[in-house]
Every structure is written in structure tokens, then in C-alpha cells.
Ligand binder design. Structure first.
Ligand code: ADP
Length: 860
């Protein structure tokens, strides 16, 4: 009786969850016992706390929850003891056990288990009698349902364990315990439990021997206990029944009869007049689902004939008209000679399990659908790498089925991997399979159309509870666009790099603090230095570099300007001497500016360095030419001055003339006045000397202007004049337009002097346009006019104000002017046989024109 109750209790407290641990079923009795509901169990109390904390003792919850979470992760069996809060408000120890349900592929689809209240408290009996709709409830509860109190305290664990073992392992358990009698004494009883029911019988301790086979028949044979046995059977969870060797029902619990609304007679009636064993249909088959009825009959008939256990699942027609899944089991009882004398069996309501199973299958189907609809290529292999599964997208996208990726020997063929990537992929995969490290590999993967696309494949091992790898799960994602974009980026970077490297300049980059981080190849070659070469000198890389490559005389200013730019972010620009790899210092112009990010912060300095050594030389040349010109200018000025000086020479000469005639008069007078003549002669000598002095002074002044007439090409002189003024013109934003007839051969002329004329006229033109608002153009034209060359310098200035005076020496309208330019120019031109004059321009400006004689070939 006790055992029966224990089993009832066990089967009563079953539960099932889905793969995520959400309860999908808990037997109503358990819910009532713990005063909870599915919703409450499944609710989330907070982020980390599950609803079932409400029914677990606070001190036990954490350990239980941790064990549960671990089981969910590993798939290990759940087996935890903890105190549980009953509906009555008291705590009692309970053991909760559970195990996963897996599908064919080994995936966990759900969990099922039981909760056994280990204390088996007396309240349990009371609760059952009151709350369960029991056909026997009208009997005094204590008559039928004895509590664990009736079991001797020492024997209680034995009873519980036997009941639990029978339930979990399905192995019948036979044991004995001391049962409390009405008079307060204990009596040994033997009990037997099987999954689904239990029974206990009184035995004589002297007779009861463990090795003696216990049979149903003998138990029923015991006087007085037969009633108790029958009562026990009636309390079985589900229906208990017995049939004779021909399949005729000899017993069925009232519960069972009520639930299917059939009496023993109804069960036994022959539906087609033929005995059951000879293939006839029996009344009970009417109470089973038409689809199951035939096979139920057949299998039972076979069992009756062979003596094999009968086990069958079928749908039973309930009194209320609904079909409910049952599992029926029966085994024969034999007499002492081993002859079958009857069968006893049970019918368990497994509808809940069937429905749970169906629900799990549905979930599995949904999961499968999910796996097939996610836009990822999913596959799995066995622990040894044998392909086990590919999802639908995998086959659709790669065009490969599971067979296509399996080699003849069963291993993974990697047939979808590009041949060039296959060796590496196989190596990595084998490595993962042997070591268990996650697999991650990028390769080109075959596409159904025949192309290949870059794919990243990752796989992780699935392990069982002891850590052994059961399967590998992999997913391949298309990263082709990413890879090609990266490739394009790299290409553009390479392009840019090439651009920087081939620019005819020395290029470098530095960090915001000035530390050099990049030098173009040209710069590295120019300096003969790599970035790191100046490291380790005990100073920053910037200082190390500057100290090494900058001319010592320029170093201080370079450093100061660098520091200024780095501090302020202002561009850096400086000309200085830079040490080339061969130790030669060359002039360079360095410019650097800051590169900023979106927030305006400096992220880098980019610099460029140009070798201007040749330019500097050209500048020197220019200065020298200018010096020459200045000297020529001076010489020409003196030439002009000499004209006025001639006037000075004239005076002593006139005096000499006058004194000479006077002297002649004194000598020719009667008598000649020698004394006066003598005096006059002295004056003559004096005047002649002073004239000679003037001449020699002038000579000395002219000694530099050696009048070399050797040039014949006017164009060269014009171009040189232009070059001399180019910088100045640029500064004043004046454009110089030069036009010239080619092949003009002149009578040999002094290039320096003619150049000076040109420079004078051009500079005057530029001066005249200094205040002109725009259109500052200076035209220089040279063309033939008869047997002369006519050279014009035309400006767009304000025109000549004093045309009568401008050619006079020392006439000027300029603050800094000398007023000698035009006078000298005219004397030079005239000394070359030409003429110089000014003309008026329309609408504004002046044109200065001069002519020079052409070298006209003489007639032979
Ligand atoms: P300077 O240039 O030193 O004044 P110049 O003999 O070259 O001496 O010129 C004399 C003067 O002639 C100038 O001060 C200026 O008034 C006038 N002049 C020369 N060239 C021009 C010109 N292109 N347009 C207007 N005035 C000019």
C-alpha cells in the first residue's frame, strides 16, 4: 500500500520543459501540492532569477539554479536535493531529477523529470483524499491511504528508493518493510513495485525468504491480504487489469472501467463470434481508436501465444468521447510448473507525454525551418569530421548536397572549397577535429552558378556532459564584397603610395608631436637615412633627425620654426641647407602643413621638401648680371656726364688759345716784351695742364666701359632684359609680352649698353603702370622698318606729362629718380646710329621707340 502511494506520488510529480527550460507541463497534483502554476514557474523574477525560486528554499535556490543552468549547457542529468515550499506553508526536502530528450541528430529538444518529496509527510495523504477526484474518495481516507507513518522509520528509505528505482529504471523491485499495526506493533510485509503500480503483502517472517519466487497468485492467496491487494491495485495510477490465458478479462480497476465506460462483460464480448485467440475481435477493441484497434489485438494475441511481455501504445476512447493515448503493458503469471495461469497488466495515461512529444516535434520542426530560412550556410559533421548535415540554403547557394561534400571514404571532401584554397582549409579543419579548437577559415567557396565567392567559415564543437566532442557545427558567411572592397582599398592605397613615391619631391609625414613616421623613397635615398637610423641617440627622433640633416648654421632657426608650427598648427615653410647622403649640403625649401580630422584635431603633419640648389645658383647668376648692369649703367651715366665735362675742358682750351695769341702779340711787338710773353706762356702751360687733367680724369672714369661692339642678335638682348626684370614684374603683377621678327641681323652693337636701354625703358613703363588698376601689360616689339630695326616698349600707364623735358639729364618726376635714364639711353642709341623718342598711346600710356641700323648685305 505504501509503495503504491509512493509510486502515485512519483508519477504524480512529473514535469517537462522545452529546450530552454521553460515548463511546458507539470502534473496538476504537483502544482496543487506546491501551490504554484506553470505561469508562475516560468515567470522571470528578475534578470537572473527564475520563477521556480518561489517554491525553493532561499538557501537552496542558488545551487539548484546553477546546477540547472549547467545541465542546460552540457546536457547532463539533473539531480538535486533541495527544500521546497508546499502549499501548506512548510518546507520539505525534495529530490528533483531530470534528463534531456534528444532528436535523431543529438540535439536536445526538451527535458523531463520528477520531483520526489522525500519526507512523504502525513499531510500528503490528507491532501490526496481531499483534492483528487477519486472514485474511492467516499471511503474514509485513512482506511485506504496509509501514510509513510505506517512504515517503520528505519525502512522508509528502502521503500522510497525501491519506488524511485522502479520508476526510473523500469525494473520491478521486491523488498520488505515493517508495517505499523493497529495495536502499535510492527509486522513484516513484502512489497513489490513496478513502474506504474506497487503492491504489498503480509508475510510470515519465518517463511519470507528473498530467494523464493514471489508471485501474484501467492499474494492473492493470502487470506485477508487479498482485499488489501485489490485495494492497492484500485489505487494504481492508471488502470490495472488482469486477463486469463485466452485473453478474457478477469479484473479491471473500477477507475479504469469508469473512465472507458465499459464493464468486464463489455470488455470480453466477442464482436464477431470468434474467440480472441483465433483472431476474433473482443469488446475492448471497440474502446480503442480504429487505427490502433487491429494492431493492439494482434500484438496482444501474439503475446498470449508466446508468453512474451506485451507493450503497446494506443488511443483509448474515454467515457467523455475523447481519444487519449495510453500505454498498456502486461506480463504473464505462472504457476509452480511455469505454466501461464493469467496475465496482469496496466494501462497508463501517456497523453500528456504524447502531447509533449508532439509539441517538441513541432518545436523541432520550427527549429529546422529556422535553420533552413536563416540566410546562412549551416552544416554539421560528426566528431571525426564526417559530414552529417547541411541546411537548405547551403545546398541552394553552393549547389552541393551532403553527398557532394562527402568523400568516398566518408570524410569531408571540401568539394565546395576553391581548389587553390582547399589544402589550407583541409589542414585547418583536420587540426580542429583533432585538437578541438574552433575552426575559422577564409576561402573561396563554390556557387551554384559556377563562380566562387570569398567566404568565412567558422565551426565550434558540441560536447557532451563529460566534455567529449559529439559534433561540429559550422556556419559559412559570404564575405566576398568585404574582401573585394578591401582589395580595392588596398589597390587605391597602393596607387596613392605609388603617387607619393613617384612625385618629383621629397615627402615625409610626422605625428602631431613632430615624430617622423614616414619618408618617401626619394627622401630616404636623398638623406641616405631610414626612419630608425637616428633613434637611440638619446633624443627624440625629430631632434635626432634635424641634428643630423640640417646645416649647423640653419639648425637653430629650423628648430624654432618647427616648434612654433607644432605648437600653433600653423604651416611651416623655410629655406635651409640639407645634408645629402654624400655629405654635401644643398639648399632646399621645406613646407609642411597639418592634416586634421573631422573634429579639427591635428592627426598628422605632411611635408614636402624641394631641392632648390640650382634655383639658388640661378639667382646668384641673376644678381651678378644685375651688378654688371649697374656698372654699365654707371658707365653710361659717366658717358653722359662726360658731355658736360667737355664743357669744362673747353674752358682751359679757350684760355690756352687766348694766351697763345697774347703771347704772340708780346713777342711780335717792337721791342718784344719777353718778360710778358714769358708770363703768358706760363699761363698757357697751366691751362693746358688743367685741360689734360680733366681729360685724364674722364679717361679714368671711362676705362671700365670698353665699348665692345660684337653682338648682332637683338632677340637675345631683349630676352635677357626681360629675365632681369621678371621677378620685379611678377611682384607687380605685370605681364610682359614680347613679339619679335626673327632673323633680324643688326650692325654689331654693345649688348650691355643696348640691354641697358631696354631695361631703362621697360622699368619706366612698369613704374608708369604701378598705380594702374588692372590690365598691366608691357608690350615689347621689334620689327624691321626700312633699313632700321624699330624697337617699341609700350605701356598702359598714365602717359608722359612733360614730353619736352624728359630727355634732359637730371629731369625726373619720381621721388627716388635720378633723371639720367632717358638721357643716357638716347646717347647710347645715338652712338649706335639710331634714334630714341616717345609717342603717345591711345587711350592711355606711352610708347618709347628706338631704332638701330640693320646689317644690310653689301652688293657684290
Ligand atoms: P627717372 O626714371 O629716374 O625719372 P628718366 O630719364 O628715365 O629718369 O625719366 C625721366 C622722366 O620721364 C620720368 O621722371 C617720367 O616723368 C618721364 N617718363 C619716362 N618714361 C615714362 C613713361 N613710360 N610714361 C610716363 N612718363 C615717363
Amino acid at each position: 500500500m505504501q509503495a503504491a502511494k509512493v509510486v502515485e506520488r512519483i508519477t504524480g510529480n512529473a514535469w517537462a520543459t522545452d529546450a530552454d527550460g521553460n515548463f511546458i507541463y507539470v502534473t496538476p497534483a504537483a502544482l496543487a501540492f506546491f501551490g504554484t502554476s506553470l505561469e508562475s514557474l516560468n515567470s522571470q523574477l528578475d534578470e537572473n532569477t527564475l520563477g521556480w525560486r518561489r517554491v525553493i528554499h532561499p538557501e537552496d535556490y542558488d545551487a539548484a539554479a546553477a546546477a540547472w543552468r549547467r545541465c542546460m549547457q552540457t546536457g547532463g542529468h539533473y539531480n538535486v536535493e533541495h527544500r521546497m515550499l508546499r502549499a501548506t506553508g512548510s518546507y520539505g526536502w525534495a529530490r528533483s531529477t531530470g534528463q534531456p530528450i534528444r532528436d535523431g541528430a543529438g540535439t536536445i529538444t526538451g527535458w523531463y523529470g520528477t520531483v520526489i518529496d522525500m519526507a512523504l509527510p502525513p499531510q500528503m495523504g490528507e491532501y490526496r483524499a481531499e483534492d483528487i477526484d477519486d472514485p474511492l474518495a467516499d471511503r474514509p481516507a485513512r482506511d485506504v491511504l496509509q501514510s509513510m507513518d505506517a512504515v517503520h522509520p528505519h525502512d522508509r528509505p528502502t521503500v522510497e528508493q525501491a519506488a524511485a528505482r522502479a520508476f526510473f529504471h523500469g525494473i520491478p523491485q521486491v523488498s520488505s518493510y515493517r508495517q505499523l499495526q493497529a495495536d502499535g506493533s510492527y509486522r513484516w510485509v513484502e512489497f513489490r513495485v513496478e513502474p506504474g503500480y506497487g503492491i504489498s503483502v503480509h508475510v510470515d517472517p519465518a517463511v519470507a525468504r528473498q530467494d523464493e519466487p514471489w508471485t501474484m497468485a501467492s499474494s492473492f492467496g493470502e487470506t485477508g491480504d487479498a482485499v488489501q491487494a485489490a485495494l492497492a491495485i484500485e489505487k494504481l495510477y492508471g488502470g490495472a487489469w488482469a486477463i486469463d490465458a485466452t485473453g478474457q478479462f478477469t479484473y479491471a480497476t473500477p477507475t479504469a472501467q469508469t473512465s472507458i465506460a465499459m464493464t468486464l462483460e463489455d470488455l470480453n464480448v466477442l464482436l464477431d463470434g470468434k474467440p480472441f485467440l483465433e483472431g476474433g475481435r473482443q469488446g475492448w477493441q471497440r474502446g480503442t481508436h480504429p487505427d490502433d484497434s487491429e494492431r493492439a489485438g494482434e500484438t496482444l494475441r501474439r503475446a498470449l501465444k508466446t508468453g512474451e511481455h506485451w507493450n503497446f501504445e494506443y488511443r483509448v476512447l474515454r467515457a467523455n468521447g475523447a481519444y487519449v493515448w495510453h500505454r498498456a503493458a502486461a506480463r504473464p503469471t505462472r504457476d509452480e510448473q511455469g505454466r501461464i495461469i493469467g496475465w496482469y497488466g496496466t494501462a497508463l495515461d501517456i497523453d500528456v507525454y504524447k502531447r509533449t512529444e508532439a509539441a517538441l516535434r513541432e518545436r523541432e520542426r520550427q527549429l529546422q525551418q529556422l535553420i533552413d530560412t536563416v540566410p546562412a550556410l549551416i552544416w554539421s559533421t560528426m566528431a571525426d569530421g564526417t559530414p552529417a548535415y547541411v541546411n537548405k540554403p547551403f545546398t541552394e547557394v553552393t549547389g552541393a548536397t551532403i553527398e557532394d561534400i562527402t568523400a568516398p571514404d566518408g570524410s569531408a571532401s571540401l568539394g565546395v572549397v576553391h581548389p587553390e584554397d582547399r589544402v589550407a582549409a583541409r589542414e585547418a579543419f583536420l587540426h580542429s577535429v583533432t585538437t578541438g579548437v574552433p575552426y575559422i577559415q577564409r576561402y573561396r567557396q563554390h556557387r551554384a552558378g559556377g563562380s566562387y565567392r570569398w567566404t568565412e567559415t567558422r565551426a565550434e564543437p558540441l560536447r557532451d556532459e563529460v566534455g567529449t566532442i559529439v559534433q561540429w557545427y559550422g556556419v559559412s558567411s559570404d564575405i566576398h564584397d568585404l574582401i573585394t572592397t578591401q582589395e580595392a582599398l588596398r589597390e587605391s592605397e597602393r596607387h596613392l603610395q605609388q603617387l607619393v613615391e613617384t612625385l618629383p619631391a621629397l615627402i615625409y609625414c610626422s605625428l602631431p608631436d613632430g615624430k617622423p613616421i614616414y619618408r618617401s623613397q626619394r627622401l630616404r635615398q636623398y638623406l641616405g637615412l631610414n626612419l630608425e637610423d637616428t633613434d637611440g641617440l638619446g633624443k627624440s627622433r625629430l631632434d635626432g633627425t634635424l641634428d643630423t640633416v640640417i646645416h649647423p648654421d640653419d639648425l637653430a632657426v629650423v628648430k624654432e620654426r618647427y616648434a612654433h608650427s607644432l605648437a600653433t598648427g600653423e604651416p611651416y615653410a623655410l629655406r635651409h641647407r640639407l645634408r645629402r647622403f654624400d655629405g654635401v649640403y644643398r639648399w632646399v625649401e621645406t613646407r609642411a602643413s597639418a592634416m586634421r580630422n573631422g573634429d579639427g584635431e591635428i592627426v598628422q603633419w605632411n611635408g614636402i621638401c624641394l631641392d632648390i640648389e640650382d634655383q639658388v645658383h640661378a639667382q646668384d647668376e641673376l644678381s651678378r648680371a644685375q651688378e654688371n648692369l649697374a656698372r654699365a649703367n654707371q658707365a653710361a651715366s659717366l658717358a653722359e656726364l662726360s658731355a658736360s665735362i667737355a664743357h669744362e675742358v673747353n674752358q682751359p682750351l679757350s684760355a690756352v688759345m687766348n694766351y697763345s695769341s697774347a703771347c704772340q702779340r708780346w713777342l711780335t711787338a717792337e721791342p718784344p716784351n719777353i718778360e710778358r710773353a714769358q708770363k703768358t706762356l706760363e699761363r698757357i702751360v697751366h691751362s693746358a695742364n688743367s685741360a689734360a687733367e680733366v681729360v685724364s680724369r674722364i679717361r679714368a672714369l671711362f676705362r671700365q666701359s670698353t665699348d665692345k661692339r660684337d653682338s648682332v642678335e637683338l632677340g637675345a638682348a631683349v630676352r635677357e632684359a626681360r629675365d632681369l626684370l621678371a621677378e620685379e614684374a611678377g611682384r607687380q603683377r605685370i605681364r610682359m609680352d614680347i613679339e619679335g621678327e626673327s632673323g633680324l641681323r643688326l650692325v654689331p652693337f654693345d649688348r650691355v649698353q643696348i640691354q641697358q636701354v631696354l631695361v631703362n625703358l621697360m622699368r619706366n613703363g612698369m613704374d608708369a603702370m604701378a598705380s594702374a588698376p588692372n590690365d598691366r601689360v608691357l608690350h615689347i616689339r621689334a620689327f624691321r622698318a626700312g633699313d632700321m630695326v624699330r624697337i617699341e616698349v609700350r605701356d598702359k600707364g598714365r602717359g608722359v606729362q612733360f614730353p619736352d623735358k624728359i630727355f634732359e639729364p637730371f629731369f625726373t618726376t619720381k621721388d627716388q629718380g635720378m633723371g639720367m635714364g632717358l638721357a643716357i639711353s638716347r646717347s647710347i642709341v645715338e652712338s649706335h646710329g639710331g634714334q630714341l623718342w616717345a609717342e603717345k598711346n591711345e587711350p592711355c600710356g606711352a610708347t618709347f621707340v628706338f631704332t638701330l641700323p640693320l646689317d644690310v648685305p653689301k652688293m657684290p
